[in-house]
Design a protein around this ligand. Sequence first.
Ligand code: AMP
Length: 608
Amino acid sequence: MPHDTPLISTIVGGLVLAFIFGALAHRLRMPPLIGYLIAGVLVGPHTPGYVADQSLAPELAEIGVILLMFGVGLHFSLKDLMSVRGIALPGAIAQIAFATLLGWGLGALMGWPTGGSLVFGLALSVASTVVLLKALQERRLVETERGRIAVGWLIVEDLAMVLALVLIPAAAGIGGEGHAPAEPLSAGLNRLFDVNLGIGGMIAMTLVKVALFVALMLVFGRKLIPWTMHRIAHTGSRELFRLGVLAIALGVAFGAAKLFGVSLALGAFFAGMVLAESELSHRAAQESLPLRDAFAVLFFVSVGMLFDPNILIDRPLPIIATIFIIVIGKSVAALLIVLAFKKPLATALTISASLGQIGEFSFILAALGVDLGLLPEEGRDLILAGAIISIILNPLLFFLCDRMRPLLEGARREENPAEPAVAPAEETVPTENDDEVHPSSLHGHAIVVGYGRVGKIVGQNLKSAGTPFLVIEDSDKRVGELKAQGIEAFLGNAAATETLDLANLPAARSIAIAIPNAFEACRIAEQARSANPSILIVARAHSDAEVEALKQYGADTVIMGEREIALGMVDRLAQVHHESVAYEDSAYEDSHGPDTIIATDDPPPERE
Ligand code: AMP
């Protein structure tokens, strides 16, 4: 690998190895992120062979954090954020305090100075944005009430970090425990203004800067950003649109960090949020997806690089205690806090599982602590080891929470027989299948998967024909609307067996898979066919390859959207030209035979 091109070799080394080990992990039925972490350990300095640039990898990973938070912002409105502040704000603060206390206790036991123990505790209290968002996205929870609470919680933690990065160097100077860093890490803020402000003044100044940024985004950004995107969309250039999305996400994040001392992640989140109300937000999310995924992978590689496996042998007990605080201490605290707010158990379990890990924020705090002479090097090593192990354990934590739910629910009801099984009234929309979901009791019914532009028309027609049907959807807004109309609907990813099982497949007569993603559609078709060999499976595709794949997985009829659009156009042209414009698609006929072409005299479907 050439050493004069460290950026290229870090990107190439990181991505190629992450791909190989990610694929291997998938093959072994493990989460791919374990593969990415192993790739990181291999290119890190603690294992022999090629060593990637240790300062470049985390910086590249920041781009992943920015794009992830931008993507989350695109699904969030200000109303969503405000609706969870009642629980996210006190919840996150209480949890940070509790975890800091535990970490401080451990530090004190090991004989570290108070300042160092506090930095250690603080580092254990903040969850990683990337790990949390990836976990929520995989489970399609971002747009559910519990997902929103978790994201709100994350934003409060992020703000707490912004404050901590300003306050720790100041406190170290005042307390005289440490020494001033040679090159201050919290470059943004404390370099810009006078440290003589005092702690109270610094907190106030930081909050004013954050508030100023938020106000600017909500007043000007809200108009300027969607307006710019609309103008770019009108140029018709996909390339420019994509570039515009990236320029806004990265530009606002960087500007927010440099000018206002706000974290990159928070800046990106607000950039996404102000675009969320425009109808272009969906396209913007699509455009940033591939880069987001690639750079988020580099995050895991960069975490792996920091890990020194020797610490597992040298310091087993302190590591066990650290992991206990991160995985058990923090999770139980979050669980109790959310339950104290009278939220359903499933919400509490999801939030506690998603917060039972640490990552990038903790590394920054650890580096700052060591730099200021507050935290012993051992503390940093424990934080790094705690991060990698808690990230590996995180999918397991989700699995355990899912398993524990029925047990805890039973125990709770025995203690409190009067307590309703379903979420209390404050969950305004009947959003989640959180508590007490029973599989459908319909027989001879149709199942509609996805209730967007396609599924909605299918559903409306089934309804007017009087055919019994149910819907599986992963947007809680849509499920709420369907339930309000008296239509049986289940929330979740239909490609997940637990969700599909709710649709009573063995008794169903047909299933319409009306979602755009062919990978998921194939998984659904496969499961539907194995649960019910005689069910009629109708699926949606966008290319010939997808048609083939869906048929292989058991679909009886596959409708290719683009072909149907062409047919509709041909039909209209024929009416205007008063002559028969025959539909011909030789490429399609060659591969499928002439009889697969569907002639249609039907009126075009009603538009949404
Ligand atoms: P459209 O492309 O407008 O027909 O919308 C597709 C709809 O399907 C949206 O409402 C999505 O929320 C929903 N959807 C997409 N993938 C899944 C999935 N795997 N499980 C359940 N619903 C889905």
